[in-house]
Design a binder for this molecule. Structure first.
Ligand SMILES: *[C@@H]1O[C@H](CO)[C@@H](O)[C@H](O)[C@H]1NC(C)=O
Ligand SMILES: *[C@@H]1O[C@H](CO)[C@@H](O)[C@H](O)[C@H]1NC(C)=O
Ligand SMILES: *[C@@H]1O[C@H](CO)[C@@H](O)[C@H](O)[C@H]1NC(C)=O
Ligand SMILES: *[C@@H]1O[C@H](CO)[C@@H](O)[C@H](O)[C@H]1NC(C)=O
Length: 353
């Protein structure tokens, strides 16, 4: 072989080897409107042709050119994406789901497992219900829409982003603590991934969402940032809009709940945390508006551990229709850092004050 050909061959071989280990971008568009079953397609790589998803009930399928596989459930609506590599990037964009009812055992419409840095953007979910029907089966632990769950393959720290998504009337019907379903829109679970998980919810809108724990969002052992998002008329047993479960202050890494430039209106918990319930972790809230929270314990934001609260992390917020300022003796709601406390919005156990 002449040396120029040798060089070309070597270059092709290198390119080929690089290709197999190269990160793929997988973009999927899902569509299940007005009770119809799912039609969906994913493309792999920047100029990839759309690959229609095969199903329902035909088992796990690999998206060629990536380490991403999917399973379309026998209900023909719910899709489980599993990512075997931390390098592939799954994007679910411009999807539309409407008027779908799942029984209490079916998986959520979308479940992402082991998918590092996945993005859900520009999607709408309207009138999605998880009913209480239980045809002799194990109850799903998630709400009706989206679960993002960590896996053992995720060794480096990873994130999930919700950008410009809209959830309207997405509910678990007949909410109760014993059902224990998580998140009317999102359930975030770090699960058994060795890397730390963080979730970002930006420019997203949650209206009339409901589930047992976390009317819109449930987050467990992950950091959560809410930015430019709106939560209206949400309902849960605990965490009317958001239930945030972090590790406590003695355990590293500490998960942080950060709320920025967001608006919460008319959110209700049957028991604890009318708007946000925080268990462990650390909290910062900036430039946000909280109006009319309802709960037995902690009408607007409830923190169960004193260490989660740092005064200078609560800045420039407006609080109206939360706890009466005089009961309990709430020093957390004294004037500081541009907060307008028409009522007391941050509450915790009495020993914190
Ligand atoms: C969402 O939609 C907007 C406008 O259609 C588009 O510019 C943007 O790229 C989309 N976001 C993503 C992450 O694809
Ligand atoms: C929480 O996540 C960390 C990694 O960020 C992990 O080390 C720890 O085991 C997790 N804790 C629980 C209770 O899952
Ligand atoms: C914090 O977590 C540690 C380890 O899980 C546990 O032993 C301890 O009781 C927890 N502390 C509180 C205040 O919950
Ligand atoms: C605080 O908020 C209330 C209700 O929105 C408003 O009427 C009042 O003017 C605000 N006070 C200040 C000092 O901004």
């Amino acid at each position: 072989m002449p040396s120029s050909s040798m060089k070309l061959f070597a270059a092709l071989l290198v390119a080929c080897l690089a290709q197999t280990s190269m990160a793929a971008i997988v973009v999927c568009k899902m569509d299940a409107q007005d009770g119809d079953t799912l039609t969906a397609a994913c493309s792999v790589g920047v100029s990839g042709q759309p690959i229609s998803l095969v199903g329902p009930g035909s088992g796990q399928q690999q998206l060629t050119g990536s380490q991403v596989s999917y399973t379309l459930d026998v209900n023909a609506r719910s899709t489980l994406f599993e990512c075997a590599s931390e390098d592939d990037l799954l994007i679910i964009d411009s999807s539309q789901y409407s008027s779908q009812t799942l029984n209490n055992c079916e998986p959520p419409l979308l479940e992402l497992r082991g998918c590092s840095n996945a993005i859900l953007s520009n999607n709408t979910f309207i009138s999605i219900t998880r009913s209480t029907a239980q045809p002799g089966c194990t109850i799903s632990k998630y709400g009706p829409c989206v679960a993002v769950v960590g896996a053992a393959s995720q060794e480096t720290d990873w994130s999930f982003s919700s950008l410009a998504n809209t959830f309207t009337s997405t509910i678990c019907s007949s909410i109760s603590a014993t059902s224990g379903r998580l998140g009317g829109a999102f359930a975030f679970e770090h699960n058994d991934s060795p890397g730390a998980m963080s979730a970002v919810v930006k420019g997203s809108t949650f209206t009339s969402t409901a589930c047992d724990f976390g009317g819109a969002i449930h987050s467990a052992n992950a950091s959560l940032t809410l930015t430019d998002s709106t939560f209206t008329g949400t309902l849960a047993v605990d965490g009317g809009a958001v239930q945030f479960v972090g590790t406590n202050a003695t355990v590293a890494p500490i998960q942080k709940l950060q709320v920025k430039s967001s608006t919460f209106t008319s959110n209700t918990a049957v028991t604890t945390g009318g708007i946000i319930q925080v268990t462990g972790g650390a909290v910062s809230i900036d430039g946000s508006t909280f109006t009319n929270g309802e709960a037995q314990i902690g009408q607007c934001v409830w923190l169960d551990k004193c260490e989660s609260y740092t005064e200078n992390q609560i800045t420039g917020n407006t609080w109206t229709g939360c706890a009466k300022p005089e009961s309990p003796p709430i020093s957390w709601c004294k004037a500081h850092d541009g907060n307008n406390w028409t009522t007391c919005g941050m509450e915790g156990p009495r020993e914190c004050y």
